[in-house]
Design a protein. Structure first.
Length: 110
């Protein structure tokens, strides 16, 4: 499977796990807690596979940047936690930073 597809799986798993953290109520509710644990385990497993072929800095920038934006959307939908303008601006700057890394970085895997 291509590395960027694996990265997509890692991102989705991380977003699911992070979204379930609030529902786990501090790991006092079994179902959401199992979603958190499974989601993070999958996220880190696939992220580790990705780092075989994508540089750590690039992979992590994409993983965290896309994850932040998706979590912002998920928290708005699931928990009615609407991001304000500073939050939206910050997310936009993160996306711009990830784009700059991907377009102009010359990092390589060794």
């Amino acid at each position: 499977m291509p590395a960027y597809a694996l990265l997509g799986i890692a991102i989705i798993a991380e977003v699911i796990a992070t979204s379930a953290l609030k529902a786990s109520s501090g790991f006092t509710r079994l179902g959401p807690s199992l979603v958190v644990i499974t989601g993070y385990a999958c996220a880190f497993y696939f992220l580790a596979l990705v780092m075989r072929s994508i540089p750590v800095g690039v992979a992590y920038a994409i993983w965290s940047g896309v994850g932040i934006v998706l979590i912002g959307g998920a928290s708005a939908v699931l928990y009615q936690q609407m991001p304000d303008w500073p939050a939206l601006l910050g997310m936009a700057l993160i996306v711009i930073g990830v784009a700059v890394i991907n377009l102009f970085s010359r990092m390589t895997v060794h």
